[in-house]
Design a protein around this ligand. Structure first.
Ligand code: NDP
Length: 289
C-alpha cells in the first residue's frame, strides 16, 4: 500500500481562494484593502524568486503589495529608516523583510524594529513569546503552513508522538511549539542528536526541516507515520528535493508531502493570511485567527 500524497499546492490554492473572497468582502463592506510591504535587500537569486512568489500571491488574493527592493550596499540605518516609515504607513498592515539579509546588516536589530503588530513573518521576539506562552497573534508562516496541511490531511496531533528534525527559529522551534499546543508529545532532534534514526522511528508525525537532501530514509520511519517535509534542497542536476527520501518513504507512510508542491506554497499562503488578519486587527475588525 502506498501512502497518500498531501497536495500542498491544491491546499494552498484553496486557502488563497478563501482569502480572495474574504478580502473582497473587507473591501466592499469596510473599504479595507490589506497591504503588505515586501522588503528585499540585495540580489540573492533564491530570495528574488521567493519575493516574486509572495507578490504574485498578494495580487491573486487582492492584497496590495508594496515592493521595496534595495541595493546590496544598504546600511542597517537605511533599512531601519525604511521600516520606521512603513511602521507609520496606514496602508501597510504587514511588513516582510526577506531573509537572509546581506552580511553587513544587523538582522536581529532589523527584526526588532518591525512593530510586532505588523510583523507578518511572526519573527519578532514578542510574537515568538506569545506563541510560546499559548496566545499567538502573528504566527510564523512555514510552521503555520505545516499545521494547516496536517489539519487538511485529517491528522489530529493530540496524543501522538511528533518528531521535529531541526531547531531553527524560523521552522523547527516554532513548529514544535505549535505541535505541543495541539497536544502532541514532541521530540526535537538536531545535528548533535545521538541515533537520529531511532528518534525519528518513534514519530507518528515527522516534520523534517534540516536542509539535507534525502537525509531521512524509508527505514527511519514508523509504518503509518505522517510526514511533512519542509526541506528545499537543490540537487546537482538542478532538481529540487526534500529532506526525506520520498520514494523510500511512500510505501511506509500513511501520508507525505512532496517537494516541490508541499510546504512551499503553504508558506506563501499563510503570509497572505497573516496580512489579512493583521489588517482586520489594525482596523478593529478582529475575526477568527
Ligand atoms: P537551518 O539551517 O537554520 O536549520 C537546520 C536545522 O537542522 C538545525 O537545527 C540543524 O541542527 C539541523 N541539522 C542540520 N543537519 C543535520 C543533520 N545531518 N542531522 C540532524 N539535524 C541536522 O534551516 P531552516 O530551519 O531555515 O530550514 C530547513 C530547511 O527547510 C531548508 O531546506 C530550507 O530551505 C527549508 N525551508 C523551507 C521553507 C518552505 O517554505 N518550504 C521555509 C523555510 C525553510 P543544529 O541546530 O544542531 O545545527
Amino acid at each position: 500500500m502506498m501512502g497518500r500524497i498531501i497536495d500542498g499546492k491544491a491546499i494552498a490554492a484553496e486557502l488563497r481562494e478563501e482569502l480572495r473572497r474574504e478580502v473582497g468582502e473587507l473591501r466592499s463592506r469596510h473599504g479595507l484593502v490589506p497591504g503588505l510591504a515586501v522588503v528585499l535587500v540585495g540580489e540573492d537569486p533564491a530570495s528574488q524568486v521567493y519575493v516574486r512568489g509572495k507578490e504574485r500571491a498578494c495580487a491573486e488574493v487582492g492584497v496590495a503589495s508594496f515592493g521595496h527592493h534595495l541595493p546590496e550596499s544598504t546600511t542597517t540605518g537605511e533599512l531601519l529608516d525604511l521600516i520606521g516609515r512603513l511602521a507609520c504607513d496606514p496602508a501597510v498592515h504587514g511588513i516582510l523583510v526577506q531573509l537572509p539579509l546581506p552580511a553587513g546588516i544587523d538582522e536581529a536589530q532589523v527584526l526588532l524594529a518591525i512593530p510586532p503588530g505588523k510583523d507578518a513573518d511572526g519573527f519578532h521576539p514578542l510574537n515568538v513569546g506569545q506563541l510560546a506562552t499559548g496566545s499567538p497573534t502573528f504566527r510564523p508562516c512555514t510552521p503555520w503552513g505545516v499545521m494547516h496541511l496536517l489539519r487538511k490531511a485529517g491528522v489530529d496531533p493530540k496524543g501522538k508522538e511528533a518528531v521535529v528534525l531541526g531547531r531553527s527559529n524560523i521552522v523547527g522551534k516554532p513548529v514544535a511549539m505549535m505541535l505541543l499546543a495541539a497536544h502532541a508529545t514532541v521530540t526535537i532532534v538536531h545535528s548533535r542528536t545521538a541515533d537520529l534514526a531511532a528518534q525519528v522511528r518513534r514519530g507518528d508525525i515527522v516534520v523534517a526541516a534540516v536542509g539535507r537532501p534525502r537525509l531521512v530514509r524509508g527505514d527511519w520511519l514508523k509504518r503509518g507515520a505522517v510526514v511533512i517535509d519542509v526541506g528545499i534542497n537543490r540537487l546537482a542536476d538542478g532538481k529540487l528535493c526534500g529532506d526525506v527520501h520520498f520514494e523510500e518513504a511512500l510505501p511506509v507512510v500513511e501520508a507525505i508531502t512532496p517537494v516541490p508542491g508541499g510546504v512551499g506554497p503553504m508558506t506563501i499562503a499563510m503570509l497572505v493570511k497573516n496580512t489579512v488578519e493583521g489588517a482586520k486587527r489594525q482596523s478593529g475588525l478582529v475575526g477568527p485567527v
